[in-house]
Write a protein of this length. Structure first.
Length: 247
């Protein structure tokens, strides 16, 4: 193999270290590397992403909050979306309603229990309608079904008084306008509003064998008390009656 004679001044290939970086030349050390500047003196483009300059101060960037854990049901399945609780109105039978507190037409003390009412002015079959309405209230308030003979008799007395009050309004007071039934646990109160101007009263002397004229006598015998309420300047009246609740 022919070798090229070394020219004067030719030092040959520069020795390199194992990593490819030129080794220190004999008698000539490599120049020192440039000193690292503090982070606060670096340009923004050279600073770490986690630091920002705010009003001349270096403020560490706050880490993002951890994600909220997913909520699952007891069975492990993801729960369905829950809508806000909104009360759903319960439809009422047309012409009927129920309230709490004393009745509007109070001729005698009335308790603070529930009061149900039904309009009778334009209804047909008024007496059976009033009885069915009152019977349903007795079921809802625990009077029916009756567990004893006394409780059954008390419920039958209520239905009989309703029939007599409504019939009396049909015959003598131009027809009933409204029936109200209220109960405070001890006393059940019935009110029938009509358009008449007359004054109901038991026929005296009462003759059991004579047809007709027994309605208000029956009311007087079965009820704790009864009476008539009129509003000054307003037509019509309200006839009320109260019966004792069964023991």
């Amino acid at each position: 193999m022919t070798t090229r004679p070394q020219q004067p001044g030719d030092r040959g290939p520069e020795p390199r270290a194992a990593d490819g970086v030129p080794a220190v030349r004999a008698g000539r050390p490599l120049p020192p590397s440039a000193p690292q500047r503090p982070v606060s003196e670096r340009p923004v483009s050279e600073r770490p992403v986690s630091e920002r300059s705010v009003a001349g101060r270096t403020v560490p960037e706050r880490p993002a909050p951890p994600a909220a854990p997913a909520v699952t049901s007891v069975s492990g399945a993801p729960p369905a979306s829950v809508a806000p609780s909104v009360p759903v109105p319960v439809p009422e039978t047309e012409g009927t309603s129920e309230t709490s507190g004393p009745s509007e037409a109070s001729g005698a003390p009335s308790g603070g229990g529930p009061v149900r009412r039904i309009a009778l002015g334009s209804a047909s079959g008024i007496v059976p309608l009033a009885r069915d309405f009152t019977r349903q209230a007795l079921y809802d308030w625990g009077w029916l079904p009756a567990a004893t003979a006394d409780r059954r008799a008390a419920a039958e007395d209520v239905l009989l008084v309703v029939s007599e009050l409504v019939t009396n309004a049909c015959l003598h007071a131009e027809g009933p306008e409204e029936l109200r039934v209220g109960c405070d646990g001890k006393v059940l109160r019935l009110e029938v509003t009509d358009r008449g101007a007359g004054q109901p009263a038991p026929r005296t002397p009462h003759r059991a064998g004579r047809p007709g004229g027994h309605g208000m006598f029956i009311v007087q015998r079965l009820c704790l008390d009864w009476g008539v309420v009129r509003v000054p300047g307003a037509p019509g009246k309200t006839v009320w009656a109260e019966l004792a609740a069964p023991e």
